[in-house]
Design a protein around this ligand. Structure first.
Ligand code: THU
Length: 207
């Protein structure tokens, strides 16, 4: 059986309490909490979220695959460690949600970053963008991969839309390793996270 879906579970009931599918993203099924509970009534709700995410990751669906830490290249292991370590430096007094990111540049340089929040919440800078800005100021702009580390029991935290766009500016083929402090890892890529992206190739400022 091939699974190619991600379940998005609403904490609050959406307008339509029934299961529905977003037409443009056929691999994303959105279910209400009650529909989810009805379908999987025998399992604890928190556990179910884990089961589903892991199932999706294990099956190697279109968007991500589970990878074993031990089998990764040493350079990838290093950025994972860096992302885990820099996460401790996050400035996140409002959300208390610390995130670390580390980029592996083409020449082997590693650049890390953590989220930096602001009392004007919208000014928050995510770990991924913090790392990119730091890299650019170090004259690095060719990135092979990025590791992103956060702690959310049941989920692998994935870059927000703004960060996906910023990563796509530099390399849509960039590998993305979503990791947890315990070395659970899911591998994806910028193009998988942001298909049909708007990139510098699309614009010309010469005319
Ligand atoms: N955050 C990141 O730094 N990266 C992500 O991929 C997701 C979210 C931060 C932003 C904010 O400081 C906190 O996590 C909660 O959203």
């Amino acid at each position: 059986m091939v699974y190619s879906m991600i379940l998005l579970v609403f904490e609050n009931e959406p307008l339509n309490p029934n299961v529905f599918v977003r037409p443009q993203t056929t691999n994303h099924f959105c279910v209400s909490q009650s529909a989810f509970k009805t379908s999987f009534a025998s399992v604890d709700f928190r556990a179910k979220k884990t089961v589903y995410w892991q199932l999706s990751a294990k099956m190697g669906d279109n968007n991500q695959e589970s990878v074993k830490y031990e089998l990764l290249d040493s350079s990838v292991k290093t950025i994972i460690h860096k992302a885990q370590a820099i996460r401790e430096k996050a400035y996140c007094p409002y959300s208390k949600f610390a995130v670390g990111a580390a980029l592996l540049c083409e020449d082997g340089t590693i650049v890390d970053g953590c989220n930096v929040e602001n009392v004007s919440y919208g000014l928050t800078i995510c770990a991924e963008r913090a790392a990119i800005c730091k890299a650019i100021s170090q004259e690095q702009k060719s990135f092979k991969c990025i590791a992103i580390c956060a702690e959310m029991e049941d989920y692998f935290v994935s870059p927000c839309g703004a960060c996906r766009q910023v990563l796509a500016e530099f390399n849509t083929g960039m590998e993305v390793y979503l990791c947890k402090p315990n070395n659970d890892i899911v591998k994806t890529s910028v193009t998988k996270l942001l298909p049909l992206s708007f990139t510098p190739n699309w614009v010309s400022f010469s005319t």
